[in-house]
Design a protein around this ligand. Sequence first.
Ligand code: SF4
Ligand code: SF4
Ligand code: FES
Length: 262
Amino acid sequence: MAARRVRLKIQRQDNPNSKAYWEEFELRWRPGMNIISAFMDIAMNPVDRHGKQTMPITYDSNCLEEVCGSCAMRINGRAAMACSSLIDKLEQPIRLQPLSRFPVVRDLTVDRAVLFENLKQVKAWVPVDGTYDLGAGPRIDPAVQEQAYPLSRCMSCCLCMEVCPQFTESTQFVGAAIINQVRLFNLHPTGAHLREERLRVMTSDGGIHECSYAGNCVQICPKNIPLTTSISIVYGQVMKQTVRDLFQNPELTSARKEPGRR
Ligand code: SF4
Ligand code: SF4
Ligand code: FES
């Protein structure tokens, strides 16, 4: 009996400015194969389906267990994580393409710097002002911990942005992952010191008002983060902050910071 084969069709691009092209590969099937293990097989023997020598595929990966968020790509047209996508569950030939909303660096590697720039804009961290011993820190109510834990599972994979109809050049929308981080850090007793600044960034160009509540983000998130709930909660916080600023800090309402973009 002929050995089982795996067929892959991979969209390649040699550099950010060159044209994309397709290459096809045929590999020997092994039990439990996923997309990353198929890439490893290609790297060991980089020849295409017709036996022509080629280059190993460039892609990002790290943890290989859906934790680091780096291996996001389009698999058969759907945004997904390569390390948890099993070959046996996919229709062949399996089409692999880079995420479409981010600039391609090479092959399946894209530049997701916009996510990290926007995390900086919303100060997605707990402020600590010194290197001296700050003590144990505030106690966090178990009820707050329960709310925060699911939000903290975000792995910056950007799938929610890839499928968001509003994440475009023209809207400059920051996307659901950023809004979720605003909710997370506003929940933290020390992180809440920067709450007002975060909420003001959310009212700038590309802020929360750009969300059309289409809900694609919550359906695709591999970590099952309640993104639309986060959006509703942060929207309420932003509204209250805007009204407060209108009366207490009117000068701020006319001079908002802009979130970053590619
Ligand atoms: S919110 Fe979910 S889909 Fe979006 S970046 Fe985080 S883990 Fe990925
Ligand atoms: S609800 Fe829709 S528009 Fe809003 S962030 Fe999610 S996918 Fe984008
Ligand atoms: S390699 Fe880390 S999420 Fe896939």
